[in-house]
Write a protein that binds this ligand. Sequence first.
Ligand code: COA
Length: 383
Amino acid sequence: MSTAEPVKPASTFVKGLDGVVAVQTSLSSVDGQRGVLTYRGINIHELAEKAHYEEVVYLLWYGTLPNRKELADLEARLAANRPVPDQIIILLRNTPDNAVPMVVLRNAVGALAMSDPEAEDISPEATRRKAERLTAQMGTVLAAYHRIRNHLEPIEPDSRLGHTPNLLYMLTGDQPDPLSVRALDLYQVLLAEHGMNASTFTARVVASTQADLHSAVAGALGSLKGPLHGGAAEATMRTLFEIGEPEKADAFVENAFKTKRKIMGIGHRIYKTGDPRAMHLQKWGQLLGERRGELKWFKILKEVEQAVYRYRQLYPNVDFFSSTMLYYIGIPVDMFTPMFAASRIAGWSAHVIEQYADDVLIRPQSEFIGPAEQHYVPIDERE
Ligand code: COA
């Protein structure tokens, strides 16, 4: 029996799906040439100046900005959902102190699915309610794990505090200062949603099989963890520690290009003239660094940015300036990617709801490039 020639796929292979339009969405638009990002048509600069995170969450999930009552209702539901079930705290207490926080978060999302009464219900109403629970609880999980690994008791959320102040309060036990709250809220607004990035695509692929929201979010968390995606802010901060001093940045960058080492926080698949989110994070990073009297890390960042541009015209992305801003707020470095996740949960859930609404299984083809015709060789005849 002879084997036919491998069948060529109908369309051409595009490495990394670069430029391929895989999904239609009303959630966000990303214009990489002009450096423009919008959520539901509203420019990110306007949202960065004026909106807070819960408003953006509502905008993404419901399609319009909330009126006062709609916003207050959403805030009340998030507050009611913020405490996590006891089993989650037990799970966190039984987690090694040196676990990777993104793995802890992924496990917690799996465990939250087991205690969610609507886990398997993929109707839009149930998915929105689950999205509210996950959005409210991710911060609680992260703060509780951080305290437990430092041999401190977890702190219950304070229902009088909003989403962002609660996050900082549960981490430290102190009433958060307004500047840190404003900066972290802005960060969450900027990171809430972003077109067809790798983790959102993962979430949509999972949802396209009609699997549940928790499964889609667990998949997205796995995708976000990598240093080419959400892990880049932590990797940037570690690069700054490695460089150590502003005057060493140029030599570091020169050597990185010479040795073909990727400089974290630099470059973007879509933005080729700069990332519109970066300027806001830069401004707030500098402000917080000045307040802490520890501008050194921000100065190294700026030196790296300028040196990169001198050697090659590449621009910083959102993770570059997130790094020092989160550091100056006091977020532990290994919690940077989980903080990204706790913000992007808004966009992931909105995409899952959008995918269910007009679902088609996402299932591309592969082009077989192996040998054309081979035969089974009995084991005793193999080399
Ligand atoms: N450091 C050094 N060189 C970089 C670079 C970086 N961070 N980012 C891109 N380049 C170079 C590439 O080596 C490539 O050079 P070449 O043309 O000589 O081969 C060129 O710029 C184009 O980059 P490429 O990797 O093809 O772009 P991409 O669209 O496939 O990748 C990223 C985009 C984000 C994966 C890539 O820029 C990167 O790895 N950045 C660092 C990780 C990061 O910050 N990720 C967060 C993204 S929001």
